[in-house]
Design a protein around this ligand. Sequence first.
Ligand SMILES: Cc1ncc(COP(=O)(O)O)c(C=O)c1O
Length: 373
Amino acid sequence: MRQRASPGKRSASHLSNMPTQTATAGAPSTVATASNYQEYVNPRWVTLLNLLGMNVEYERCFGCELFTKDGRRILDFLSGYCVHNIGHNHPYVIRALKDEMDTCGPAMLQSHVPEIAGELARRLCHLAGGGLEKVYFGSSGSEGVEAAIKFARATTGRAGILCAKSSFHGLTAGALSLMNDAFWREGFGPLLADTQAVPFADISAVETAITSEPYAALVLEPLQAEGGIRVPSREYLQQAQELCRRTGTLFVVDEVQTGMFRTGTFLAAHQFGLRPDIVVLAKALSGGLMPVSAVLITDKVYNAVYSSLKRAIVHTSTSSENSLSMRAGLATLDVLENEDLGAPYILAKLFAPGCAHRWQALKWSRKSAAWAC
Ligand SMILES: Cc1ncc(COP(=O)(O)O)c(C=O)c1O
């Protein structure tokens, strides 16, 4: 992930009281004392961190830097599992959240129209393009994948879900059913029936499966992240999408990790010229502060799921559309756009030899990612 925002500009005021000693190669001083977490949450996680010498007490986190209680500064290469595309504790997002709280407005009222969710949905659809015109909001990537499974079933009237081996889609029962790694699955079965995993980046495997029985959806990460940053060819993804179209299978792209400009464009799907029926976003949409996921869907999918007044809330969740998560999403988009965190990719494309649409791309790049040179 590129961190282009100037740390000096952004965190100067926050860093004035910060220790500046950079981490040295020596073993970190770890937390050894017992804690409520150890007693009441997950003692084995504490033991594991202790064994790895990673149980460090962090005092403050800014940008990509973590400051420990014992005065060290550590560069964060984990990024909270790819949550911090704009860095830790971005002051703009913090300000936006504080302002939102100060309004004392409807936060989880459940009986009103949360326009703040409408605003975030409008911006996400605009950035995604490609006929994605409605958004369902949840709180985690897994929850987004669960929604995608249900939406695909409701739209097609089919049960089966085709997916790729070595993928990661989340650890709730439905999402886990799309992962073949025994480590994650063991002890939690039986999971969803009717799922099949085929080797990633192997189009003939997709073709054989998808033409031999009907599936509601093909669910893919456009590039496999947890599976080892495996980038497939453009042809593979486009042919997979084409096979979906031919067989009436929904093409679902899990961009929980690759979305939000992480690969340069708003969606990685844009780099492959894809038009998915469903896109799942999460992680970095939160600004690293408020859990949120977004499932972008076509009107066709929306109408199949929320098909009548009776079904107006047929798939929802109590904390869906809560105002702090929505505000975090809006503020995160502001930061990504204002700090041009997608810009290097745009510039690289613009000035690449043979770029035929330079000026259109320049014009559209801030408004929509539906461009390609
Ligand atoms: C591609 C992908 N999808 C879904 C998930 C699940 O997201 P969450 O942990 O927010 O449930 C992850 C988490 O790492 C992911 O990488």
